[in-house]
Write a protein that binds this ligand. Structure first.
Ligand code: HAM
Length: 530
């Protein structure tokens, strides 16, 4: 056995991509790029700008935005406990910054008031679970309370600052480096929450409204993998945030995604829309629905039974065969919308018609995230089996406020890029293997130098060139050119180099022509233009 070889039983274990994740390989990735490029182009024509947001955020952001009872938050997030806390508990750093230098004669009362508020917040966050109740966090909280006692003693003693305070002040000053809370971070299961967070964080309400943003990238949900459903999947999404909830905004967002699908020639596109009402009418409808569901509780499956309590609306989008008959008899939200919501919904439909967007009304379309109100929509496409929703979206007025921002209206959608690609492939829209334009078959040292220069010139002119790294017999080189799907082989041997005439072989018909270097480039350019 040679020295480098390893006995079979000693070979290291091979790794595989994690369940629910996959490698995307060429030539399929060419289709991904084309889809993404088309999104950039189409969305730009509607005045949208690209936003790139982090892959992970504080878990609490998703819990609050998407909803703690939703499947996404309660079962499907990838969450880690992170030791660092500086970014999350900015108040600590802020307090540090306002803390005046001990040598001055500062007024500590403002600082101490803020400290009290901060301790209160941490206490609440520990109770609500926003800060996980780990040993380290409980210990840090105890320390914080000790600081509060110290600070309070400064207030109650009511003496002018002097050397007697130095110990306490130094202890307080050492906070930011010694006091940290562990927090839960999650891989993003969706991006709307992050976009709203960014809108608030960057004061985007100061920009001309509405702010129109789009994004693309991976999302993570711990779902049961199947065709069209992955644990790492990709979304292309867009959000419109601002002061207006004009129905034309809803319609234009939908028109944009339909234009995008049209440009890609996606087949069998079906748009479903609904209105799920707002603050005034939805709670009443949900109560009515709950009451009706309780009457038929025993006939429902376990999931729906649970949802009667947690989120009765979700029962409506149950796919369970045995529940379909019951669901058909339930009260419909369209009959229970308040005047404003009904008028908004009617106007959205009218606006869609003005834009020539064909839709189907679907009263059972409620969506699985808590932030929606009024307009909801979903788009399906052909060739996807049971996971056929290729896009979902809706209006979410109030979400920015829920995340601590100013009153803001919002609407958006996200396309499942994996599913979009699957559907395009099923309908034969995938590009074929991308072949090379020119394979350079060279032999001899002098020819190698010329081949390198020729490759450089051809690539500069935009041709795809394969330049073999080592010399090959011409027969083998031509075989290789064929396998790679090259259109031409450029033959460079000693004769060609000394004559200054290069041989170009068209692989499809085997014909050969000699060219000077400039003529060759000209010839290839003309052929490309045909
Ligand atoms: P969503 O309905 O949860 O909405 O997801 C949107 C789309 O992402 C789905 O229609 C589907 O195509 C795709 N998708 C979801 N989960 C998976 C998965 N496990 N594997 C493959 N594809 C998947 C949202 O995410 C909202 N943020 C959309 C939105 C934006 N609403 C307003 N603005």
């Amino acid at each position: 056995m040679s020295e480098g070889a390893v006995k079979k039983e000693e070979r290291p274990r091979k790794f595989q991509a994690i369940r629910g994740t996959r490698d995307l390989l060429p030539p399929e990735t060419a289709l991904w790029s084309r889809v993404e490029q088309t999104a950039h182009e189409v969305f730009a024509t509607f005045g949208f700008g690209e936003i790139r947001i982090p892959i992970f955020e504080q878990t609490e952001l998703f819990a609050r935005a998407v909803g703690g009872e939703t499947d996404i938050v309660s079962k499907e997030m990838y969450t880690i406990l992170d030791r660092s806390s500086e970014n999350i508990w900015r108040e600590v750093t802020d307090l540090y910054n306002v803390f005046p230098h001990p040598s001055g004669s500062p007024d500590y009362s403002d600082f101490i008031k803020r400290l009290m508020v901060f301790v209160e917040r941490v206490d609440n966050a520990l109770t609500s679970g926003e800060i996980p109740r780990t040993d380290a966090n409980v210990a840090a909280f105890e320390k914080l309370k000790e600081m509060r006692r110290d600070a309070q003693s400064l207030l109650t003693n009511d003496v002018r600052p002097g050397p007697q305070w130095a110990g306490i002040i130094n202890k307080l000053l050492s906070w930011p480096s010694t006091l940290g809370f562990e927090v839960n971070l999650s891989l993003r299961p969706e991006a709307t929450a992050s976009v709203c967070r960014a809108y608030i964080e960057h004061g985007m309400q100061q920009l001309p409204q509405p702010v129109k943003l789009y994004y693309m990238g991976p999302m993570f949900r711990r779902e049961r993998p199947q065709k069209g459903r992955y644990r790492q999947f990709y979304q292309i999404g867009a959000e419109v945030l601002g002061g207006s909830d004009a129905p034309a905004i809803d319609a234009e967002v939908i028109e944009m995604v339909m234009t995008f699908f049209d440009r890609l020639e996606l087949q069998g596109v079906q748009l479903d829309i609904n209105s799920i009402g707002g603050r005034n009418c939805r709670p009443k409808y949900v109560e009515l629905l709950r009451a009706e569901l309780l009457k038929v509780r025993d006939k429902l499956g376990a999931d729906s039974q649970r949802r009667i309590e947690t989120n009765p609306l979700r029962v409506l989008d149950s796919k369970l065969e045995s529940e379909q008959g019951i669901i058909a008899t339930l009260p419909r939200i369209a009959d229970h919308l308040c005047e404003e919501c009904a008028a908004h919904y009617a106007a959205v439909k009218h606006q869609l018609e003005m834009r020539g967007v064909i839709y189907r009304e679907n009263w059972r379309l409620v969506r699985g995230l808590d932030y929606y109100m009024r307009t909801t929509f979903e788009i399906t496409a052909q060739g996807l089996g049971s996971q056929n929703a290729v896009c979902g979206g809706g209006r979410y007025d109030g979400l920015v406020e829920l995340l601590g921002g100013p009153p803001t209206k919002g609407i958006g959608f996200a396309i499942g890029e994996d599913r979009l690609i699957l559907s395009l492939q099923e309908s034969g829209k995938a590009p074929a293997q991308q072949g090379r334009d020119v394979y350079i078959a060279w032999m001899g040292e002098r020819a190698h130098a010329t081949a390198i220069r020729a490759a450089k010139d051809l690539r500069k002119a935009g041709f795809s060139v394969e330049l073999p790294p080592v010399e090959q017999k011409f027969g083998k080189a031509l075989g290789q050119a064929d396998k790679l799907g090259a259109k031409y082989a450029l033959i460079l041997g000693d004769n060609e180099v000394s004559e200054g005439l290069w041989t170009l072989k068209t692989l499809a018909d085997g014909s050969q022509t000699k060219f000077t270097e400039p003529d060759l480039l000209e010839h290839l350019r003309k052929q490309r233009a045909l």
